[in-house]
Write a protein that binds this ligand. Sequence first.
Ligand code: HSE
Length: 442
Amino acid sequence: MKSINVAVVGYGVVGNGVARILIEKKELLSKKSQIEINLKKVYTRNWNKQFEYPLPDSLKAYSLEEVLDDNSIDIIVELTGGIDFPLQLMKKAIEKNKHIVTANKALLAEKGKEIFTEAEKKGIRIGFEAAVAGGIPIIRALREGLVANQITKVYGILNGTTNYILTKMLKEKRDFNSILREAQELGYAEADPTLDINGTDAAHKIAILASLSYGGFIDFSGVYVEGIQDISPIDVELGRELGYTLKLLAIAKSHNGEIEVRVHPTFLPEEHPLAKVDGVYNAVMVEGDAVGETMFYGKGAGSLPTASAVVSDIVDIAKSIALGVGREIEITSMNWEHKDLVLTKLSDFNTRYYIRFTVPDITGILAKVSAVFAKYSISIAAVIQKEKVVSLFEKRKEKVVPLVILTHTASEKNVQQAIKEIEEQKITVEKTKVIRVEDEEE
Ligand code: HSE
């Protein structure tokens, strides 16, 4: 039986899971793959701490050179996090002709072009199943299972922390900050959850899925990203009254030769399958021209779910090393057309909108708002005005109420201009809240 040697660099939550699977499931893996996969070395900066899965001294490496200079190591598993250090590590691994497996979505989304181009020159494979949606095998599904399809849309819930917060806001009617604190105490949210909350983590993941789906590199700075930090319980509740559930949705879709890639809080019809994905779970929907709609659901984070994806890449690369084939096909898989994708600008998006104005409860307000909407060709689908007072005008002591308008499909440019004009006319007394709605019209 052919034997392949693996080294892991970075021994955190996922690294511990990878070592556990490679050691405890070695026999199962060799039965399934007909290859012996050996964990040869693990490198971490500091071995003097408690690990969830302690390793024997024989597996511990005390310098990166011990791993990089070992010619018997075929695959390096990069699990260090950040961008600069893993980028340098990967470049060195490529120089040394070692294949790479990584869970690092930030690196691939922001430096993918650089690293894949280097890898391709040397015929090195980079496995990144664990970079998107943890244990869900969405990369392999897009690359292999759905290869017969032109992908028309790929979208989903790609961040567990924000999905946990939004689920609790809906079900327990609590505010954002108290739920975030609870998520941190329970270990669901990182000590610094900034990249989760502001949408960047989901944006990294959808950029990778868009690259794979549409066969080109994405300029990450062109991805529209909006997080959940400004979501108030009032919008979750008013959306629910209209039949919608709020999710942080990551969306990539193609039209007219361009790709629209965006992450933002999104209202979904409550009967939509993604609206039912609760807590820390992830789910991805893929629409293909042959297969129609498909859905993938599972754990998007955690030691063993993510390690399950890492090990799938190790086995996949081990198989192609053993067979001596496959590199040429695999290495181009992020960018099968060798091109940069053209991204649609925010102002050119077309979607439905939930718009909450905060207005005085006086005669003629609704008429003024709807006149501006008509001017910008924005068609109104539903209106809610609450009698419940949210505040009072300081000086005039008038009642101030939320006025919610749900639109039919409209252009982002027109919606933003209409809101600007309404705010300039001083019809509103607070900043207007806009939440995009993903709901196909009949
Ligand atoms: N922090 C991510 C999440 C998991 O909350 O889903 C790692 O990508």
